[in-house]
Design a binder for this molecule. Structure first.
Ligand SMILES: C[S@@+](CC[C@H](N)C(=O)[O-])C[C@H]1O[C@@H](n2cnc3c(N)ncnc32)[C@H](O)[C@@H]1O
Length: 278
């Protein structure tokens, strides 16, 4: 596949490690063999923790402009009516790309950053300690190794998972959608991004992934492409109402600090927890 297509695909994802420089790949192999999570039976934790230790915080969660992508993610949340006093749960918060912009916005609210990889959380905490030593809102960091949220029922006004289900098998995505529904209050929203095959970048990623063996695909964080229909079916089965989509290639995001509307690369689905008693 054309190198440019791979680069375009990598801009939005944490996977496609085969195109990483040889030095980084070697470091990643070392990290996979060592560290607290190396023996973990949890594949996601083992792979992500190694990536968080082997790579720089700005690139371990994917290539692209760290600051700008974080602002686009915040822009999407604001377009979906995130309020300053809200409790926002950032599932798969990574190294703080969204947190660094969301925390100053949540004056009087609560930011909860959750990640499976301790290495990612350590970077996120360090970034926020440097950039926002006196945050205007409550800030909580949690390592969560499976789909059991350590949060009370209906305690979140909004949850987001940017570029998390993008790297997860659909069965696991479903499990997280089921558990997240307990945590988000009735009427609250859950925004997640993914890579539907309708996007040219997703088709490039799929072709690249299909060129590998099963073992190669799961040797590093992999990209899982999908369809809107699949994701909507999972969300509906998990008890969510689908409110709509922001297509990954549509320049529609009102991005803080930018005069033009921008696109994210991955498509973002907006879910709402129904207000009925279910
Ligand atoms: C591609 S990064 C995206 C980070 C962040 N959401 C952003 O957009 O800047 C994916 C992050 O999700 C985390 N992650 C992956 N699977 C997870 C899971 N099952 N539970 C919690 N975090 C997870 C990874 O450790 C990684 O930090």
């Amino acid at each position: 596949m054309a190198r440019r297509a791979i680069d375009r695909a990598r801009r939005f994802t944490a996977g496609a490690v085969r195109v990483l420089p040889r030095r980084v790949r070697a470091e990643l192999q070392r990290a996979l063999a060592t560290g607290d999570a190396a023996a973990s039976g949890n594949t996601y934790e083992r792979l992500y923790d190694a990536q968080g230790r082997a790579m720089a915080p700005a690139s371990s969660i994917g290539a692209g402009d760290f600051d700008l992508i974080g602002r686009k993610e915040l822009g999407l949340l604001l377009m979906e009516h995130l309020r300053s006093t809200d409790t926002l749960v950032d599932l798969g918060c990574g190294t703080g790309r969204l947190a660094v912009h969301a925390i100053p916005t949540l004056a009087g609210g609560h930011y909860v950053g959750i990640d499976i990889a301790q290495s990612m959380l350590d970077h996120a905490r360090a970034l926020i300690d440097t950039r926002h030593p006196s945050p205007p809102c409550r800030v909580t960091w949690q390592q969560q190794r499976d789909d059991t949220f350590q949060l009370p029922d209906a305690s979140a006004d909004m949850m987001c998972a940017f570029s998390v289900f993008t790297h997860m098998e659909h069965e696991d995505t479903f499990r997280y959608l089921v558990s997240a529904r307990r945590v988000v209050r009735p009427g609250g929203r859950f925004l997640f991004s993914c890579l539907p095959m309708s996007l040219a970048a997703a088709r490039d990623i799929f072709r690249e992934s299909a060129s590998r063996t099963l073992a190669e695909r799961w040797a590093t964080v992999r990209n899982v492409t999908t369809t809107p229909e699949m994701m909507e079916t999972l969300a509906t089965m998990a008890g969510w109402t689908v409110r709509g989509w922001y297509a990954g290639d549509a320049r529609v995001i009102e991005t803080p600090g930018e005069s033009d509307r921008l696109s994210l690369g991955q498509s973002t689905c907006v879910l709402e927890r129904p207000t009925d008693a279910r």
